[in-house]
Design a protein around this ligand. Structure first.
Ligand SMILES: NC(=O)c1ccc[n+]([C@@H]2O[C@H](COP(=O)([O-])OP(=O)(O)OC[C@H]3O[C@@H](n4cnc5c(N)ncnc54)[C@H](OP(=O)(O)O)[C@@H]3O)[C@@H](O)[C@H]2O)c1
Length: 311
């Protein structure tokens, strides 16, 4: 048995409990998990309100990102060997048995894994995962260049902190949302030209307008209000699945983005982390026994990424 942050059944709270390890099938790898980070999907599942929406089998283990060590490889797996340090992100929304990563071990398809570069700790590797790939896909969808003025809404979260950095790295001028105080300082440290207090929408709009925003990363907030900041021909990419119809603007491009966590993308992002080009915004870590707190804290004005240290 392995300890995991799991729902035993509907109507129960997620708690650290013993679950059976999933057998390793051909093409799969069992990873001894050292760290797993928390994402929006975990917080949503933890509410217990998605059982009618997502396919699942109890016990449902939370967690989509992982970093750890290969324990066992299935038939046909030639890319990984036991003892190798690996990381990966599960993007499937199927919460079948053994698919969560906040656990002492998890069995995953070898195709989602990539090696962890030397010098990158497991907590940092686990915090890249889904959030950084989503940010990368948002920035790619917007085709951000040095000519852009990009407004990142939700810049204090996991996706947003990576999106800010990737847009800055592309040479763009970046404006980003944050509450005043520590959150604003945090976002400023990532290279933003202007921090916008989203809790005061009227002054936020007035502060942003003179900058001539050309593109918007939508990781939080009201998409229609954000789209109103764009001129005709502007672009908005949404991590929340918002479409052009929903924002009511036919004269701008709106791209709903669903992250595709291909290992090659993760590998590139991890290489940037290893050489210091990309900061991993881990602001708090939790031992496995406190994993339920990590998921609860996710929705409580935290900054950046929260990580559960399992090993
Ligand atoms: N499409 C995909 O494939 C994909 C993948 C990953 C995540 N997502 C989604 O992308 C979104 C962001 O994910 P995440 O992991 O970065 O979540 P997160 O860490 O919770 O980040 C959201 C951030 O937005 C801030 N915020 C809340 N309301 C805001 C508003 N009105 N305007 C501006 N900022 C606001 C929050 O800060 P406060 O503390 O101030 O509330 C928080 O820091 C989530 O909805 C998640 O489900 C989608």
């Amino acid at each position: 048995m392995v300890a995991a942050l799991a729902f035993a059944g509907p109507g129960q709270e997620p708690a650290v409990r013993e679950v059976s390890p999933t057998p390793v099938q051909p093409g799969q790898v069992r990873v001894s998990v050292e760290a797993a980070s928390v994402n929006g999907i975990d917080a949503s599942v933890a509410t217990g309100r998605l059982w009618d929406v997502l396919p699942h089998t109890f016990p449902v283990v939370l967690g989509r990102d992982l970093a750890g060590t290969v324990q066992e490889v299935g038939e046909g797996v030639r890319t990984f060997t036991p003892g190798q340090r690996v990381t990966g992100a599960i993007t499937s929304m199927d919460l079948g048995i053994g698919t969560g990563t906040i656990a002492q071990s998890v069995t995953v398809d070898a195709g989602i894994l990539t090696p962890v570069p030397v010098g990158v700790s497991s907590p940092r590797a686990a915090a890249v995962g889904l959030a950084a790939v989503t940010a990368r896909d948002l920035i790619a969808a917007l085709q951000i260049s040095a000519d852009d003025v990009v407004f990142v809404s939700g810049a204090t979260g996991g996706v947003g902190t990576y999106a800010v950095q990737l847009a800055v790295a592309a040479g763009a001028t970046v404006l980003a949302t944050a509450r005043p105080g520590d959150a604003a300082d945090f976002v400023r440290s990532l290279g933003t030209a202007l921090v916008v207090d989203y809790t005061d929408p009227a002054s936020a709009g007035a502060a942003v307008a003179p900058w001539g925003v050309t593109a918007i990363v939508h990781a939080a907030g009201d998409a229609a209000s954000l789209a109103a900041l764009l001129p005709s021909g502007g672009r908005l990419a949404s991590a929340l699945g918002v479409t052009a119809e929903q924002v009511g603007r036919a004269d701008i491009t709106v791209i709903p983005v669903v992250a595709a966590a291909h290992p090659a993308k993760l590998s590139t992002l991890l290489a940037d982390v290893a050489c210091g080009r990309l900061k991993v915004p881990v602001t708090r870590t939790y031992p496995l026994e406190r994993a339920a707190d990590a998921v609860a804290d996710f929705a409580a004005h935290k900054l950046g990424k929260l990580v559960v240290e399992v090993g």
